[in-house]
Design a protein around this ligand. Structure first.
Ligand SMILES: Nc1ncnc2c1ncn2[C@@H]1O[C@H](COP(=O)(O)OP(=O)(O)OP(=O)(O)O)[C@@H](O)[C@H]1O
Ligand SMILES: [Mg+2]
Length: 241
């Protein structure tokens, strides 16, 4: 695998249009941040990415700091993704870290999580969402340390990772913590498009960065339908995000 140019192995997201924009998928081993306002489909994108891999035999781990396992699997079932079978045969694992159990969760993220992920031999990891990590720490240095520890744990496991993050409500082109972008190898921004009257008229995404590869930089519309996210990679002339 050559890391100095764009020839890294690609990890297909299975999301129509997004893989086209990425030139085949995420570069293998990358930590990719998916940031967006509530309801823009971050959790859905993460699940879809894992299910696509798992149905092709790639082991995936969904690390949830936000939703409980039950509702998460229920959302996936609504898209008719075969999550129950994948969980049953061990290709898909959903782990819950409860930010309310502060000490225990911090200990796990800064300690054994790296070993846990490595031993699971996951090829794909999703962490939903890193914004909730802020609840675990009182001060900025501790927040940074936790975020770095989490990204390190994912990188050490050699998986290709999606971290989701809440966008800042005032400046939705950046994450709330303003730090995740720098830790990640790639950033995908999910957002709302506004019509001339300022009303939200649809969803659009942009790849802000993807280290060591070229990619489309335009804003492309996407929708969330019965089968999950679909990106229109060919549409032209779209505004925000
Ligand atoms: N089964 C479904 N069919 C069609 N659209 C759906 C379905 N399930 C969810 N959606 C759409 O996806 C949106 C929520 O997606 P998701 O939960 O992934 O967003 P999110 O960015 O993770 O939000 P949050 O920041 O609140 O966690 C819903 O608002 C709805 O528009
Ligand atoms: Mg979510």
């Amino acid at each position: 695998m050559n890391e100095s140019d764009g020839s890294r192995t690609r990890v297909a997201t299975g999301i129509a249009g997004l893989d086209e924009m990425l030139g085949g998928g995420f570069p293998s081993g990358h930590v990719v941040l998916v940031t967006g306002l509530p309801g823009t489909g971050k959790t859905c994108l993460g699940l879809q990415y894992l299910v696509h891999g798992a149905t092709h035999g790639e082991r995936g781990v969904f690390l949830s700091l936000e939703e409980d396992v039950g509702p998460l699997l229920e959302s996936a079932r609504q898209f008719r993704w075969p999550v129950d079978a994948l969980v049953k045969d061990g290709t898909l694992k959903v782990l819950r870290i409860d930010p309310k159990e502060t000490r225990q969760s911090l200990h796990r993220i800064q300690g054994e999580l790296g070993r846990e992920l490595t031993s699971l031999k996951a090829q794909r990891i999703v962490v939903d969402s890193v914004s909730l990590l802020n609840m675990l720490s009182d001060d900025e240095p501790s927040r940074r340390q936790t975020l770095f520890a989490l990204a390190d744990a994912c990188r050490e496991s050699a998986a290709t990772t999606v971290l989701t993050a809440e966008a800042d409500p005032i400046h939705p082109e950046v994450s709330r913590d303003g730090l995740s972008e720098y830790i990640a190898d790639g950033v995908i921004l999910l957002g709302y498009r506004a019509g001339a009257d300022g009303h939200r008229v649809g969803l659009a995404l942009r790849i802000l960065k993807m280290r060591r590869t070229s990619h489309v930089r335009t804003v492309q519309p996407y929708s969330i339908g019965a089968a999950g996210l679909t990106v229109d990679a060919r549409a032209v002339d779209f505004g925000a995000p």
